[in-house]
Design a protein around this ligand. Structure first.
Ligand code: NAG
Ligand code: NAG
Ligand code: NAG
Ligand code: NAG
Ligand code: NAG
Ligand code: NAG
Length: 935
């Protein structure tokens, strides 16, 4: 099989297919799909204190280990974390659910989370150069767009700034990356936490050599630090010093406990900046995952940049953790304004046609064209086998329209007829630097493709030639300066302002390992993230290091950001800040600007929690009086959901219902070195449809004769608590969810008996979440249980609010748990037993209605999870649905479920809901499940 460097596939066809997944296929997932490492948990510990609240001499780790031993738990240590002020804890393997239960019940345990596998970062598209010709580019658009070129001209290049990169490693022997490793070299330090052979499924074998065997980390490193090279570009901060913390092998995934170890080591090694081109949008909350650890490091004054993720196609409220962390800079991607191209010569004298490649493709001589279809609107060109009558294509340049299936599938179909040279023509404006190994291929624009197909259809006998020694040309990108279609949309479920800023990430030339032709063009928020890290280095070099300056970097980048349009039409609104953040970096102004506004961003929350008045401070750091005028500049309001509350993918529709904003005062004179305040009163837009939760955003512009900065705002014109959590529509599966499926893979409609006598003889719960939830609980309840008269949306379960949410905040044991794929992992199915509150009525409120759930206690908990994001309509992103199955007939704590008749109750706390209030949960109750197994 070929390997595809471009994974873009059919990104150009975004329409939602209904009944995307066959329910019957769900039962037979293979073990390897597991996102969770079986039996592995990360345990956070608190610092032991004595009776007076002082740090005691007791060691929390020793206390944990000896308690586990004393109680006979079977366990082993994966890693120990001991970074005072940031993170105290351990990663531990336990043998059974009982041992997990013991672990949860141990002194100083603050929280427990399963160890997740995280996929390696992949660029959205990637094309390598060939080594044969190198030609200097006349200018480098990403630096021109952001003013980095002007800072370089002033000699500001990141000198004295130390940057950690957590990634796949770096080819430090690359001529543009310093040709060495260790003190005195550009890549002066680092570590490989896993070894090249690591896949996420075997044991890490760490060493001290972070050499890259993937390519991603080398591309990222070059964006920050590349030296001038034959292509005549540099990194944003080429004089900075880099540390590489390699957390991936050559293929496969990594795991959370490795990421935490790398983060803590990077923190320990005292960097000014940490760059994280990785993240997981399936969380989507400020908390959850490794977000809190990253936030704590950021709060100490380390600038942290993190990718917002390449998931724009899935719509709003889907932005990656840990970029969601409080002081973290979440970075969106903007398309480069320039495309680097080569030209095709046509035998008919037509002007040469550009193709997206830095260097010439190796197609010899002059060849005729073969189009797989003469229809220039064909939906799935070459997506199935070509007709028998197709000639041997080895002597043709084969022309195929994009869309309908992956580029690789198309290549396979023409390869079956001998094709060697392929041109794909676009079906959308988005240009792709595409490469398929073993194939000579490139992409051209839609218009040029249609012209060529026209000539072919006319039998014009056109021949194409590909001059081999051309200097690459620079042409304007049709999407230059716009947000990349793949860039994720925020905000978070708790309505944090994310993403924070945007940087060039679409079609970026940088270094690749020497084994991969040394240079290449990649696209992704993975590229925008190191760009922003480099920008932070230039700011810190000029404005000075130190905690306060580091914590001010995000605000400087945001307040000086350039507003991003939503299209090339000037009549269209500005792009929503939910995708663009505070705008495209203007690093020159962030370094030199003389006006500082604080706060630089306002997360306005929803209409239940917003307050209209906001006080903004303007500081004039210049040496003359500045007179400021304050005005409102709205951006487009997005309508994120359809009438079923299914998220709408890119482009999320924009409208022009804007917030009403007034200022007091609206002009201000500020003396040199002094500050002044104004109050902005912001009312959410009216005339919008609050049932689809519009996200509004915009800028409060503060401009003087010399400076123009802004405060960015974002809020929801609706009440988050009104969001449904469970998808009860048939939109995805063809059947209305949630549902239980039985041993045969059929949806259970009446009572069914499960005996646990074969691999599939247990109920499996399949459910989709339309919105995120901070608390999801799956419980076994009595078979008599009914939801109250109001039907399915709420439950009166006073006695049985998910337990951990009621515990004392500091001491409760929390399990962050997404419940995808648990059945297949063989992992302990559930959460740890949280507290011993079973059956205890907590708020003393007597239920009025008879025959409601409140009278019937929960029999036992099967799973509790925290900070879970929504599912998507995707079938290939592994987040289409959640799946939970008790593969052994046990409760979450490992105790056997007694044989009997039950129902399964799932509850999810609504966004902003009160965990103690049953009506704030969205609940669903299953048909009767009869548990009947041999003891
Ligand atoms: C290299 O790039 C710089 C701008 O970054 C430009 O001034 C110079 O002319 C370029 N060199 C060549 C040979 O094109
Ligand atoms: C096409 O022709 C080439 C060379 O003439 C030959 O090597 C190849 O096997 C042919 N392929 C097919 C699929 O007929
Ligand atoms: C919005 O309000 C909710 C409810 O009070 C709160 O939990 C959340 O943290 C707020 N979000 C922000 C960004 O302040
Ligand atoms: C608001 O949106 C919902 C869901 O799409 C729709 O049913 C309703 O008619 C809309 N209301 C208005 C006033 O447009
Ligand atoms: C649950 O019980 C409370 C108190 O008895 C009652 O007011 C409420 O209507 C019931 N149902 C819901 C949906 O909360
Ligand atoms: C485990 O949970 C079940 C159901 O809540 C409970 O009956 C049992 O006592 C618990 N076992 C332990 C050891 O805590």
């Amino acid at each position: 099989m070929k390997s595809f460097l471009a994974t873009l596939a059919a990104a150009a066809s975004l329409s939602l297919v209904s009944a995307a997944v066959d329910v019957h296929s769900l039962r037979y997932q293979t073990k390897d799909d597991s996102k969770i490492v079986p039996g592995a948990y990360i345990v956070e510990l608190d610092q032991p204190v004595d009776a007076l609240g002082r740090r005691s001499g007791e060691n929390a780790h020793d206390a944990l280990y000896s308690s586990l031993n004393k109680r006979g738990a079977k366990w082993s240590l994966r890693r120990q974390y001991d970074t005072p002020g940031i993170y105290l804890g351990a990663a531990i393997n336990v043998a059974s659910e009982k041992d997990l239960s013991t672990l949860a019940d141990t002194p100083h345990v603050v929280s427990i989370s399963p160890v997740y596998r995280r996929p390696r970062p992949k660029p959205v598209a990637s094309r390598r150069l060939s080594t044969k010709d190198t030609h200097a580019l006349k200018s480098f658009a990403p630096h021109v767009m952001t003013g980095v070129d002007k800072l370089h001209a002033e000699g500001i290049r990141g000198k004295g700034i130390k940057i950690a990169i957590i990634d796949t490693g770096v080819d430090y022997l690359h001529p543009a990356l310093g040709k060495g490793f260790g003190p005195g070299f550009k890549v002066s330090h680092g570590k490989d936490f896993v070894g090249d052979d690591y896949t996420g499924y075997n044991d890490p074998v760490p060493d001290n050599d972070p050499m890259d065997c993937d390519g991603h980390g080398t591309h990222v490193s070059g964006i920050i630090g590349a030296n001038k090279n034959p292509y005549n570009f540099t990194g944003v901060a080429p004089e900075s010093t880099l540390g590489m913390y390699k957390i991936f092998g050559c293929v496969g995934d990594t795991v959370d406990d490795v990421i935490i170890a790398a983060l803590l080591k990077a923190y320990h090694d005292q960097h000014d900046i940490i760059s994280l081109s990785l993240g997981d949008p399936t969380i989507g909350w400020s908390e959850g995952g490794i977000g809190p650890i990253v936030s704590r490091i950021a709060a100490t004054g380390v600038v942290i940049t993190a990718a917002s993720a390449n998931v724009g196609e899935y719509g709003a409220f889907y932005v990656a953790s840990p970029s969601t962390g409080k002081d973290v800079i979440s970075v969106a991607s903007v398309e480069s304004t320039q495309l680097i191209v080569q030209y095709i010569k046509l035998s008919n004298g037509h002007s040469p046609i550009p193709y997206y490649s830095v260097d010439a493709v190796n197609i010899p001589g002059s060849l005729p064209l073969y189009a797989t279809s003469t229809d220039t609107t064909v939906e799935a060109d070459a997506c199935s086998a070509l007709p028998e009558s197709t000639p041997n294509l080895s002597k043709y340049v084969v022309l195929i329209r994009r869309g309908g299936c992956s580029f690789g599938d198309k290549a396979d179909n023409v390869m079956a007829h001998g094709a060697k040279y392929i041109l794909y023509y676009n079906n959308v404006v988005d240009p792709v630097y595409l490469q398929i190994t073993d194939f000579v291929t490139a992409m051209i624009s839609q218009a040029d493709g249609e012209y060529l197909v026209g000539q072919y259809a006319k039998k014009a006998n056109l021949k194409l030639s590909f001059p081999q020694d051309q200097t690459p040309s620079l042409i304007a990108s049709p999407l230059g300066g716009l947000i990349s279609s793949f860039s994720a949309y925020g905000p978070t479920w708790d309505l944090a302002f994310k993403p924070n800023v945007a940087a060039p990430g679409g079609n970026i030339l940088s270094t690749l390992p020497r084994s991969q032709e040394s240079y290449g063009v990649n696209s992704g928020t993975s590229m925008a993230t190191p760009f922003t890290a480099g920008a932070a280095a230039l700011i810190l070099q000029k404005r000075g290091k130190g905690k306060d300056n580091a914590l001010a970097v995000r605000g400087l980048l945001q307040s000086t950001g350039k507003a991003v349009p939503s299209s090339k039409k000037s009549s269209d609104p500005l792009q929503t800040l939910a995708q663009a953040g505070a705008g495209l970096l203007n690093v020159y102004e962030a370094v030199h600007g003389k006006t500082v506004v604080t706060p630089a961003q306002l997360a306005l929350n929803d209409t239940a929690y917003s307050k209209p008045e906001h006080t903004i401070t303007i500081k004039n750091t210049s040496n003359k009086v500045q007179k400021y005028k304050i005005t409102h500049v709205p951006a487009g309001t997005i309508n994120p959901f359809d009438s079923h509350q299914q998220a709408i993918g890119y482009p999320v529709p924009l409208d022009e219902h804007y917030a009403k904003v007034t200022f007091k005062p609206s002009t201000l004179e500020v003396q040199p070195g002094k500050s002044a305040k104004f109050v902005a009163t912001i009312h959410p837009p009216t005339g919008v449809n609050s049932t689809i939760f519009p996200v509004y955003s915009g800028f409060l512009k503060v401009a003087s004769a010399d400076d123009s900065v802004h405060v960015s705002y974002m809020g929801v014109a609706g009440k988050m608590k009104d969001m449904k959590i469970w998808d009860r529509t048939p939109d995805y599966f063809g059947d209305s969810g949630p549902f239980l499926i039985d041993a045969e893979g059929n949806i259970q409609t009446g009572p069914e008996t499960y005996r646990w006598q074969s691999d599939t003889d247990y109920p499996a719960l399949v459910c989709r979440m339309l919105a995120g939830s901070a608390v999801v609980s799956i419980d076994l309840v009595s078979a008599n249980t009914k939801l109250d008269a109001r039907g399915v949306d709420s439950v009166n379960a006073t006695a049985n609010i998910p337990r951990s949410t009621l515990a004392n905040r500091r001491h409760h044991r929390r399990l962050s748990h997404n419940f995808v794929d648990l059945s297949s992992s063989g992992a302990p199915e559930g959460a740890a037993s949280m507290d011993s509150m079973d059956g205890r009525r907590l708020d003393g409120r007597a239920p009025k209605e008879t025959n409601t759930f409140a009278k019937l206690p929960v029999v036992g908990n099967l799973l509790e999870g925290h900070y879970i994001g929504r599912n998507t309509d995707g079938t290939s992103d592994e987040n289409g649905y959640n799946y939970f199955a008790p593969v052994t007939p046990t409760f979450a704590n490992g105790t056997a479920i007694p044989n009997g008749k039950y129902k399964i109750l799932i509850r999810a706390l609504k966004v902003t809901g009160d965990p103690k209030k049953e009506s704030d949960y969205d609940a669903w109750l299953s048909p009767v499940v009869i548990v009947d197994y041999e003891n």
